[in-house]
Each structure stands twice: as structure tokens, then as C-alpha cells.
Design a protein. Sequence first.
Length: 527
Amino acid sequence: MKVATLCAKHPTHRVDTCAQYDALYRGGEAFAEHIEHFLPKNPAEVDDVYRARKKEAHYTGYVGPIVDWFAAKLCSSGIVVRPKTKGDAEPPELDSWYADWKEDVDGARTDLMDFVRARFTSAAVKGRSWWCVELPDDGLDAPQNRAQWEERGLGGAYVYPLETDHVLDWEIDTRGLLLWAITHTIETRRDDPRAGDRGIITETWRIYDQADVETWQIVWDPSKDQRPEDAKLVGRKAHGFSRVPLVRLGFVGTRGVKVKVGQRTKSIAGPALEGFWLLNRLAGAQLAHFRNSAALDWNIKRTCYAMPVFGIKDPERPPVMGAGYGICLDVDEKVDWIAPPTEHLAVLMERVEHLKQEIYRIANQLAQGVDNNAAAVGRSGQSKLADSTATEVVLRVYGALVREAIEETYDLLADGRGDAVSFSIEGLDTFSVADASAVVESVIAAQGLNIPSVTARREMLYRAADAILPDVEQTTKDQIREEIRAGVTEEMLKAKEPAKPDDDAEDEEAPDSESEKAMAARLSTEA
């Protein structure tokens, strides 16, 4: 097959955009590789000056921590995996293999949520991420029965990640399910440490359809040969699934999701999900911040030094000056120090600060972008809670996308193992994003209302506990919620209700302390 045919790309496969967004997220060397895009040459700028300006530029990345924050918050809410049932039927008994697999999804002891967090981070940066579900292959004939299949470990499926630029092209049906996909990887291996080098390039393409996977390859040395035009078929085998064993997670070309907001469930169409692509929203503001910050640094370094101006009679005999030197001037000669104007630096500084705030505003993280000054610290708990509301909605959208991807993965596992079961994934919809002090402040204020509702009291305490203890394990959170549920009862609320005034003593003020009761008794005796 022609290499050009294998390398054809999907219309939404944005290689350059993904590489630039990845550089903005990672910073460091990845950012330096794209510095000419991020910091373009000015018109009529001298090459030496441009090289110096690129070398002096310093990148402060805010988008990386923001993406990591969203990923950490999203995966702090645990998941529950349940087998699906139809009607009132009893749920099927689930093989213990699935619980073990959740603790080690790739054969390298990676927990499912750790794997998903990395895949979500990649999707938030590049718009889409992929992973492949694969069954073991010992190279022997097909097993004769289930016992032999178990003994040979052929049901021990695992997953491995695929970067966005590794999946070149694909096609979907009317339901949004994959019909086929082509992946591409490049290796420069050195299998023998005593000989050879890493000059040999091995390019591998895999074509997945609903039954088989074909492997095509070229091996070439760029120092000696041109890249071959034809790839060689090196293998074709059944992948063991009834559909393409690739899972997509992302915001481009994705099916719509349903998200619960308050008491209502909203449907978000697939095209609208691109608006939740985090780096796509933040890249413009981050890039503008970098360019303005680089301009500010360059201006300061080029103009912040005051310069001496000498008024001398003989230009052939300029005065000598330096640290620790004296300066000799004639009677009619003089020296003045001049400094460049700084008004434009103040404008640039304000612009840089504004763009920083804009990055956080776009990410619905206003509270994190506010300066740590007296005005920010003094904001009310209700104001801080309002800041977190939009963030919770965004996290619920992300949770819905991740749940669907996890559910698809489990269904693929059951398909490959031959288990007649489907799955329902719950969770990833409760998050502790509000400031703990703001939550506690609001709960204390609400308890003063003495709301006659056990459910309301429990919900307030649930939220307070989640805010104060955000990092405890999900099992511990569930135990705390159960203890709160058992501890808050109708009897407890009735015991805390204020006593009703006596009809015969409406005008008398009831004593509210032991000292007041004693004083009232003494006055009564004296009377």
C-alpha cells in the first residue's frame, strides 16, 4: 500500500494546532521549539536583535496548572461500576476479574482513574485523546474451551494510550461508532547496545476495522535512503472484538452528552462540546500574555539604564569613566544623566496583569485569579460560592464525557472476554470546588434558620464535610455521609427547636442561663 494513502489525515486532525497547544501546556523545551510561532519577528527587525529577543523571552504558563487543576478535581470524584439490568431483572453476577482490572488496566499497575486522568489531560490540551483495548495473543491455536482460555490468560485484556497525532484517520457510522481507524507510530530502536545506533527509522501503521487489524511497515535510514513510497504488509489478525477496539475522549467530533444541572438534565450536542475544549479557549489569552510580557521584559532590559551625556570641547579626548573611576572635565564641560520615559512600561504592565486575569476568567476560575489582597480576602462566602458554580457545571460536562468513555471501555472488555453483560458507570458528578471557609460560613448561617428538614440539614453537613476533607478516599467519604445520615434525625431537630412561650407568662422574659435562673429565684423569695 502507498505510504501516502496510509498517511491521509482526517479533516479534524489538526497536527500543528495540537503541537502548539501542547507546547503552551508543557512549557520548557517544548515551548522553545515553537518560539518563532509564539514570538514572531517584527517588521524590519535585524536578525541579531531577533535572536537576542527570542533568547531573552521568558514564558510563564498559567494554562498548564489550570488544566491540571481541572483534571485533579474531575478525578477526585470516584466512580461506581455496575452491571446493567433490564426492567426488574436481578443484576448479573460480575466476574471478580473486572475489579482486579480496575486496579491495573495496562499491566504496569496503573489504576483506572490515574489512566483516565492522563487521557483527560491530553484531551483538554489537544481536543481529543484515544486509547486502545487489546487482548493477549500467545501465538497458539484458538483454545478449545473456556477453561483452556482462562488457563492461557487470553481474557486478560489491557489498554494503552494513543496520542492524538498517532491516530491519523477514521470513519464513523450514523450512531457515531467507529467503522475503522488508522494509527501511526515511529520508532528509532537500538536493540543491541554493543552495535548499531538509532539511525534506523521504523514506521508502523495499523488499520483497525470491526473484525481485524492489519499492520503495515517501512524501515529506512534517512542518512542513506529516501523514505519509501510503498509500505509492506507484515501481519493481519483478528483483534477479538465485534467492533473497533479504540475509545475516543474529547471535544471534537464527539457525540453529545446529557448533564444534570440542579434538578434538570440538559443535553449538549456534539458540536457544542468544542466550546469546552480547555486549551482552545485559553490559548489566545495565554499567547497574548506571553507576547506582552516578553515585550515588557525586552523594553526594561534595553532602556532601564540611565546614560551619561558629556558636553566636551575636544571629542578626541573623551573622559574615562567606570565603577570606581574618577571623571576629569574641563571648566566649560559638563555631564548629564538621562533616562528613557517609563510611561509605556506602566501601560504594558497593566496589560500583562489584565491578560493574566483574563486567562482565569475564561477558565471559570475567577476566584483563583483574584489577587491575594484585602479586598479579595474580605469577599463574602456567598460571593465565593457563586464563583464556583460555573466551574461545577463545566466539571459535570467533563464527568459525563469521561463516564461515557469508561463505559465504552468496559463494554469492549466484556465483548472481548465473551461476557454477556453491559455496564453503567456512575459518579464523576460531585465536586468540592468551593472554598472550604465559604462553605462552612454558608452552612453555619443556614443552620441559624432552623429549617425543619432532615434532608436539608444532612445535605448541608455533607457539603461541609466534603469541603473540609477534599482529599480523603471515596470509601471514607461514603462512610462519613452514612454517619451523618444516621446522626441527623427528626428527634434531633425537635430537640433543637426553640421552646414555645407559656400562654400564662407571655409578658415574662424566660431566663436563658443558670445565673439568670438563680437571680430570678432569689428575687422571688425576697418579694
